[in-house]
Ligand binder design. Structure first.
Ligand SMILES: Cc1cc2nc3c(=O)[nH]c(=O)nc-3n(C[C@H](O)[C@H](O)[C@H](O)COP(=O)(O)OP(=O)(O)OC[C@H]3O[C@@H](n4cnc5c(N)ncnc54)[C@H](O)[C@@H]3O)c2cc1C
Length: 469
């Protein structure tokens, strides 16, 4: 495989080069070091911490271009950052250098109701974009659970998904065009406002999911759709994990296409219950399936929901009567992330398998965790076959935890690949999942990825050390 040179483990920017950068940018672009770079040294991945030497917060594409052209001249590592909610360490400045935060490129440039498209800058917060377009009766479906903080640029870089990707697909499906800056500072525009476009290679789709390693996205043109007229949320509790996983399959077989289909296994329910009590009816459940249906009228949805509830005979069916009930049901799902975090240090494996292998994946996770003597908690986007397996550290010493975690992770990834699955469903490879790529791809495929990286970034300055093993 082609090799790829990385910067020094801890790159220091020469003082005169720093002065040159400062002179080229509008004042205030570089964060005053006295304000601290701490926040830009972390994302939401475990307890990892890597300090950049400089934090740049440009307000225009031209400034991003100037920063990258300067970085190429001086061979300084640059790490693009959105809201730093990433879960695989992609935004961590592991080699120091510049943390390039896109947070101040936060304008909605154009909302076109006739074409149902919106052009936004990279730093627009996903939830704010959703709220704005909803005012016009439009819907931007990608809904990572972090949507109140994460940014469109970060979503594009990760091809972020969420519960409603089950019916509506991931971020990729909505990106029609990009404005991006290459590592040498040149600005490119890919795609545009057209709903179809097969002119040349799709650079747009290549950049989506590239985790900030090929180019820095400064703006995007996104496709919108009409907001569904009615929604109905249904919770089904089962006496076993198998029944829950089987119900997920049967929902799709029944011809109902759920907008969202989530699964929590028993340990996940216990942890949620420990942080805020679950409804009495759910306390004996061994698995919980949360379904959301959407369509033209509530009556039709209710009919489908009742048919499903009768078909599966769950311990208890819970149908949300109104928006408050709906929120309550979704809270069971949305609280699990913080409940796990509160309980223990953890390592999350974001595995995805064909939907029919979901129960096998949960069993494999348990086996791998048991063999390593670790506790594990599973939940996730069942409709997409995407399970978040959380291995818990508990009271283990650092070395012991690292060893057991790696063993469990390796065994589980092996099984995921055997089931025809993939290493990362939605959280990316970033910094923490790289070692699994060698098992997931052939040397020829990996070599092609390295050559693509070199074509975009011959000096290796953009987000070095990420994605490629
Ligand atoms: C509580 C919680 C819930 C979550 N739920 C989900 C979920 O349901 N689904 C899901 O998919 N993810 C989820 N995530 C993960 C995370 O929120 C997503 O990966 C999100 O897309 C990251 O966006 P960000 O703006 O925080 O990007 P960051 O974390 O800052 O960066 C992520 C990656 O994108 C790159 N990047 C950022 N901006 C740009 C840019 N403008 N140009 C080029 N590269 C860039 C970075 O270099 C990095 O590699 C969750 C995270 C948390 C903490």
């Amino acid at each position: 495989m082609s090799d790829f040179s990385l910067p020094e483990p801890r790159f220091e920017i020469p003082v005169d080069a720093l002065a040159e950068l400062e002179a080229e940018l509008p004042s205030g672009t570089l964060l005053d070091p006295s304000l601290g770079v701490e926040a830009y040294s972390r994302d939401e991945t475990e307890a990892l911490h890597y300090e950049p030497q400089v934090v740049a917060r440009p307000i225009a594409t031209a400034d991003v271009s100037a920063i990258l052209a300067w970085a190429s001249r001086h061979r300084v590592p640059v790490t693009p950052q959105g809201a730093r909610t990433g879960l695989s360490g992609g935004a961590l400045p592991v080699f120091g250098g510049v943390a390039l935060s896109l947070e101040r490129l936060d304008r909605i440039r154009r909302l076109d109701l006739a074409d149902q498209i919106v052009e936004v800058e990279a730093g627009v917060v996903t939830g704010q974009l959703q709220a704005r377009v909803r005012e016009e009766g439009l819907y931007y479906p990608p809904d990572p659970a972090s949507r109140d903080t994460c940014q469109i640029g970060g979503n594009i870089a990760e091809d972020a998904a969420g519960p409603h990707s089950c019916k509506y697909g991931t971020t990729r499906r909505y990106v029609l065009g990009l404005e991006a800056v290459l590592p040498d500072g040149s600005v490119i525009r890919t795609g545009g406002a057209n709903r179809k476009d097969v002119s040349g290679y799709s650079l747009t789709q290549l950049l989506v999911g590239s985790e900030g390693t090929l180019a820095v996205v400064t703006a995007a043109t996104l496709r919108l759709i009409g907001y569904p007229a009615a929604r109905l949320t249904l919770g089904l509790a089962f006496e076993s994990l198998e029944r829950g996983a089987q119900a997920v399959l049967e929902v799709f077989e029944s011809g109902v296409e759920p907008a969202a289909c989530e699964l929590l296994e028993a340990r996940a329910l216990e942890l949620v219950h420990a942080s805020s009590p679950l409804p009495e009816a759910l306390r004996d459940a061994r698995s919980f399936v949360l379904l959301e249906l959407d369509g033209p009228s509530r009556e039709l949805l209710l009919d489908s929901a009742l048919r499903l509830a009768r078909r599966f005979e769950p311990i208890v069916p819970l149908v949300a009567a109104d928006e408050r009930d709906r929120q309550r049901l979704w809270e069971i799902r949305s609280k699990i992330g913080s409940a796990v975090k509160h309980y223990s240090t953890y390592k999350e494996i974001d595995a995805v398998v064909p939907r029919s292998s979901l129960a096998a994946l949960v069993r494999a996770a348990r086996r791998a965790a048991d063999a390593a003597g670790l506790e594990c908690v599973c939940y996730g986007h069942a409709g997409d076959g995407n399970l978040h397996v959380n291995l818990l550290r508990g009271r283990l010493e650092e070395d012991e935890w690292n060893d057991r975690r790696d063993r469990a992770e390796d065994e589980l990834i092996e099984e995921v690949l055997r089931l025809g699955g993939a290493v990362a469903g939605e959280h990316g490879i970033g910094w923490t999942q790289r070692r699994h790529l060698r098992r997931a791809f052939s040397p020829a495929a990996l070599d092609l990825m390295v050559r693509l990286k070199k074509a975009f970034d011959p000096l290796g300055i953009l987000n070095p050390g990420k994605v490629l093993p």
